[in-house]
Design a protein around this ligand. Structure first.
Ligand SMILES: CC1=C(CCC(=O)O)c2cc3nc(cc4[nH]c(cc5[nH]c(cc1n2)c(C)c5CCC(=O)O)c(CCC(=O)O)c4C)C(CCC(=O)O)=C3C
Ligand SMILES: [Fe+2]
Length: 335
């Protein structure tokens, strides 16, 4: 199998070329790039994303071995080394004829689904005739293992709040914002808002598992020119709003992200935490699910859906989209 991810810089010299890869042809203003480069440089130009993905791969290999499945796991990225083109070339050299591709996004939409299809098609085209057949695994936003691991992280976060604040704290889910226009595309069921509806559905399932009635879904890390509308409210504006309504503390669940990459450790652990401190609000950020052993089990279960033809486990009625061959889109007009 191939674990396919976003990629991130591993030193200060990588930051600019990485950002240029991410934003090529996307109309992101240079001022925004300077600002984001600054975030990376706070961490010595190293995003934790590659290391965390290597940890996930080690856990997946251990889970595969425990289940007696002989399956080598490769690692490739969209935007930084190891680049998917190089990985697919290596797979061809190793004689791999067919591989299952796990993309590290739970969601549909352009960045989480369709763009990974494009990456697969581009890599196969670069390698040519020898390229293995690549089958992308489905979106997993409503898989019980994803929901349970996220719910446990939320419970642990509530437990970290001071007893006086815990009972009155608000649960807030956050995911990467995208342009409203991108979110409006029809999606595999033709009803639009595929990404934001999946985020809302996953949040509902987690809140239900935790037993919390009142919660919010908000967005973070918006990019692009200011005149273009993106999903709102922004997490920091939402903190001010909650404060105005007398909410003394928040638990932030970064449900949109599989691991603690830069949007989480900067935009939440620095920016949102500072905002909460300024407002005098209690603030706990729940863990991401990547390091949870259930995440490796989830990956292997998605693999098993193809090898053993087991029935996909899903907690919502939304379609099990995202799963396709050789980078074809998952449905007409999808994402
Ligand atoms: C929906 C979504 C996810 C979640 C789904 C998934 O996980 O795939 C995600 C993940 C990630 N986004 C990441 C980093 C960046 N995203 C950017 C820009 C953008 N993201 C977008 C959307 C998403 N992004 C969009 C619509 C843009 C605008 C440009 C465009 O239309 O494409 C930019 C450019 C600078 C900026 O403008 O912020 C950077 C550096 C990293 C790696 C972090 C690390 O290095 O640790 C990860 C995992
Ligand atoms: Fe899709």
């Amino acid at each position: 199998m191939l674990l396919l991810s976003f990629g991130g810089p591993e030193g200060p010299q990588d930051v600019r070329p990485f950002l240029e890869n991410v934003t090529r042809g996307r109309g992101v203003p240079p001022e925004r790039l300077d600002e984001v480069a600054e975030h990376y440089l706070h961490f010595g130009g190293v995003s934790p994303i590659n290391r965390l993905n290597r940890d996930i791969i080690a856990a997946v290999e251990a889970e595969l071995a425990a289940q007696g499945r002989k399956l080598p796991v490769y690692f490739g990225n969209r935007n930084w080394h190891p680049m998917i083109e190089d990985t697919v070339a290596q797979m061809a050299d190793d004689g791999v004829r067919r591989a299952l591709v796990f993309a590290t996004s739970a969601w549909g939409g352009y960045s989480g689904c369709k763009q990974y299809h494009e990456d697969i098609a581009r890599a196969r085209a670069a390698v040519g005739e020898r390229a293995p057949e690549l089958v992308k695994l489905r979106q997993f936003f409503d898989h019980p293992l994803f929901v349970e691991a996220t719910a446990d992280a939320v419970r642990e976060a509530f437990a970290e709040l001071e007893p006086g604040q815990r009972e009155r704290a608000r649960l807030v889910f956050t995911a990467h914002s995208i342009p409203l226009k991108a979110d409006a595309l029809e999606g595999p069921d033709g009803r639009g808002q595929w990404y934001s509806r999946q985020v809302a559905e996953a949040a509902r399932l987690v809140a239900e598992a935790v037993g919390v009635d009142g919660y919010d879904v908000v967005w973070q890390s918006r990019s692009g020119p200011p005149q273009v509308p993106w999903l709102e409210p922004d997490v920091c504006d939402h903190l001010a709003d909650l404060h105005g309504r007398g909410v003394p503390a928040v638990v932030i669940s970064p449900i949109g992200f599989v691991s603690d990459h830069l949007e989480v450790i900067w935009d939440l652990d620095n920016e949102a935490r500072d905002k909460a401190a300024e407002l005098g609000m209690g603030f706990v950020r729940a863990a991401t699910v990547g390091p949870d052993p259930r995440f490796a089990k989830l990956v292997v279960e998605l693999v098993a859906e193809h090898i053993d033809e087991i029935r996909p486990r899903k907690l919502s009625p939304m379609l099990a989209a995202g799963c396709t061959l050789n980078g074809e889109p998952c449905a007409p007009g999808c994402c």
